[in-house]
Design a protein around this ligand. Structure first.
Ligand SMILES: C[S@@+](CC[C@H](N)C(=O)[O-])C[C@H]1O[C@@H](n2cnc3c(N)ncnc32)[C@H](O)[C@@H]1O
Length: 366
């Protein structure tokens, strides 16, 4: 596997982290589960490991929120810009080497935005991360994905030579996934991990597992019935569009791995900048989160922990209503989560699918 280190996202992570905090109304998509694992029992024995945590913001916030807990962030790249509270430290470590020095020590293990272009093997590192949990400890993983239309339940069609008015961001993101696959980390595998969640994992307690579908406006286009909320979502949308503009210029090597020519990449940049500076396309980036607790000793002894399965369970409220913008939907069982993911992917146009799967598909040279 190619091990190019991409460090361009870190400088912006304070703002990125702060915008996520606003959207999630806190640090995590499952605050109750976090509170349970971090607050049950002796506070001074609690600990968190943040994988890819060099931007430090999350670690520092957790260390401040749980001042008696120990917080460790590990990252392949150092970040020496911030001072940390005394209960928070950072170590240089390449996640792809495995996590054996950290096994069995943590109540909470967190892994956000380390897959894809970062060339962290999500599947292998998740299995390793689970081994870092104490019995009953909680793992939370978050990943950025494709973008959806304003309705929140339809994948935005990617721009193609025949349909240049469609989304260039989606085209770009398709190449990120394909480029990652071509560079040795099949997007299909880490997407599958997210489709499945932790419900059926051998060492996890299914009744503690959950997933979240989180949408973030890409651009300042949202209008809701509340002017303050509108202003906030527009500021956040503007930030993420600017963030995307900063990032795409640094990923030409990933675009090349996806079979794009230099000319094609240049045109992509031009169209992307135009799209991200306007509100012509009203899309939202998707973040998917999955979490679950490892079995406690009692669970492991009884092994009868799966909640009843209801294959026909209705989906939770998902789509946006006029004048409202939904940020997060929580799924507490696997059937609805997998059904939702399958329905969402079925809305992808054949061209978008091909752009994600066939190197060099639909060259745009003019
Ligand atoms: C997009 S940033 C996300 C940062 C942080 N987790 C957050 O959500 O704000 C990805 C982080 O993963 C780190 N990273 C990339 N490859 C890594 C590896 N092989 N081992 C450890 N950290 C890695 C990068 O240095 C960077 O800090």
């Amino acid at each position: 596997m190619d091990t190019v280190q991409i460090s361009i996202i870190s400088p912006y992570s304070d703002e990125q982290h702060n915008s996520l905090k606003i959207l999630l109304d806190g640090l995590f998509p499952c605050p109750e589960v976090v509170a349970k694992v971090m607050m049950d029992g002796e506070a001074h024995t609690k600990s968190m490991l943040d994988l890819g945590g060099s931007p430090r913001c999350l670690c520092i916030d957790v260390a401040n929120q749980f001042p008696q807990a120990q917080v460790i962030g590990i990252d392949i790249a150092p970040n020496l810009q911030k001072t940390s509270p005394p209960n928070c430290r950072f170590e240089l470590w390449d996640i792809n080497k495995g996590l054996s020095p950290f096994y069995g020590q943590f109540d909470l293990v967190h892994m956000r935005f380390t897959s894809g272009v970062h060339l962290v093997d999500h599947h292998a590192s998740t299995l390793e991360a689970i081994k870092c949990l104490k019995p009953g400890g909680l793992i939370i993983c978050l990943k950025i994905g494709l973008s959806v239309k304003e309705d929140r339940v339809t994948v935005m069609p990617a721009a193609t030579s025949r349909m240049p008015e469609q989304s260039w961001y989606q085209r770009f993101f398709s190449f990120v996934e394909l480029g990652s696959t071509q560079r040795g980390l099949p997007a299909e595998i880490y997407n599958h991990d997210y489709d499945e969640g932790f419900w059926d994992h051998d060492t996890m307690d299914a009744k503690t597992c959950g997933a979240a579908f989180i949408t973030i406006p890409l651009g300042a286009w949202v209008t809701t019935s509340d002017p303050a909320e509108t202003a906030c979502l527009r500021t956040i949308g503007k930030f993420w569009a600017e963030n995307a503009m900063r990032i795409h210029r640094h990923l030409d090597h990933v675009m090349s791995s996806a079979g794009r020519s230099e000319k094609d990449i240049e045109l992509l940049h031009t169209h992307l900048d135009n799209e991200l500076q306007t509100t012509r396309i009203r899309s939202s980036m998707i973040i998917r989160a999955i979490w679950g607790c490892s079995q406690s000793v009692e669970d492991a002894n009884s092994r009868n922990h799966s909640p009843p399965r209801d294959e026909d369970a209705p989906l939770p409220l998902l789509s946006n209503e006029p004048g409202e913008y939904r940020v997060i939907t929580i799924f507490d069982n696997k059937p609805t989560w997998t059904k939702f993911n399958a329905q969402l992917m079925s809305t992808m146009t054949p061209d978008t699918k091909k752009l994600r799967g066939i190197p060099g598909f639909d060259p745009i040279e003019a």
